[in-house]
Design a protein around this ligand. Structure first.
Ligand SMILES: Cc1ncc(COP(=O)(O)O)c(C=O)c1O
Length: 289
């Protein structure tokens, strides 16, 4: 018997915030007809099995239109493929058309849901014990969960806080704020959105404080009827200060677990050379079967 002792395992296994996600998923499973105000569950009236085959046919046609022969189409769909995912160019087109975000497809890593994108992003950023993540409060349980898995402390930034003061106070305490996690469109769980001025101000403060912003935008495509969409931080970002997280759980289907991260920052090597992208560093497939 190879039984394990809870006290010798990582504290995240008994973390109440992480376990709350399991609890909420179980409640939704038992009461599927209830409207969940926890995870943004897509409405089920649009779930149609035959759509899956249509989407697959569409994707196969897309590959053929790009010159793939039949064995290559089959290999691309069934076989192990590019480590950073095989739909990065489509994600880049989606971002250009729907979000006015123009990025090199190579700066995109397709992930197992947005939550893997969170883990990879936080994993790359947390290097020292003094590192902290700032996060808009109340915040999404998935980001605190990812931070907990990585022992990455989270400092809350409430609506009334001034971000610059929070950053300065953290630095005065010897901490190294690595990034601030925000959901400018229909934040989970508050539902709040930032107006255009607030978005510009946030980018200005981030530039002044030399801070990265992690923008999570799973709900931006769903404004109330008649309400104009505002540009994302990433669309306004002229300095590559924003790492953008996306998910197809709300616009497509959550069961497919497809998300992505756009990280177009360059990375300076110890010898001063630049050019490496954080997205070149993915090794996450090591923990995928
Ligand atoms: C703010 C936010 N980000 C990300 C996600 C999850 O995305 P995924 O299912 O792609 O991991 C959710 C799901 O509820 C969410 O509310």
């Amino acid at each position: 018997m190879a039984d394990l002792r809870l006290t010798e395992l990582h504290g995240s296994l008994t973390d109440r915030a992480l376990n709350s996600m399991n609890f909420l998923n179980e409640v939704s499973h038992h009461y599927p007809e209830a409207i969940s105000l926890a995870a943004g569950r897509p409405t089920e009236e649009f779930f149609a099995l035959e759509d899956l085959h249509r989407y697959l046919d569409l994707f196969a046609d897309h590959l053929r239109s790009r010159g793939y022969d039949e064995p290559s189409v089959r290999r691309t769909i069934f076989q192990y493929g590019r480590t950073k995912g095989i739909v990065h160019d489509l994600v880049a087109r989606n971002l250009a058309v729907d979000e006015d975000i123009h990025v090199d497809p190579e700066a995109i890593v397709v992930t197992v849901g947005c939550q893997e994108a969170m883990v990879l992003t936080l994993r790359a950023l947390r290097a020292e014990t003094s590192d902290v993540l700032l996060a808009v409060s109340p915040t999404y349980v998935g980001i605190t969960g990812a931070a907990r898995l990585l022992d990455f402390p989270v400092l809350p930034v409430t609506e009334d806080d001034d971000l610059a003061s929070v950053v300065k106070a953290a630095r005065a305490d010897g901490l190294r704020p690595r990034a601030c996690y925000v959901m400018p469109d229909f934040a989970n769980p508050s539902g709040l959105s930032l107006d255009l001025d607030a978005r510009r101000q946030l980018l200005e403060v981030a530039a002044e404080q030399d801070l990265l912003l992690i923008e999570d935008n799973p709900y931006g495509l769903f404004p109330a009827e008649g309400v104009d969409r505002l540009p994302t931080l990433k669309a306004l970002d002229t300095e590559r200060r924003v790492v953008y997280l996306g998910s197809y759980a709300k616009t497509g289907l959550p069961g497919a677990r497809i998300g992505y991260v756009v990280a177009d920052q360059t990375v300076e090597a110890p010898d001063g050379s630049t050019g490496l992208r954080p997205t070149s560093c993915r090794s996450s497939r090591a923990w995928s079967p």
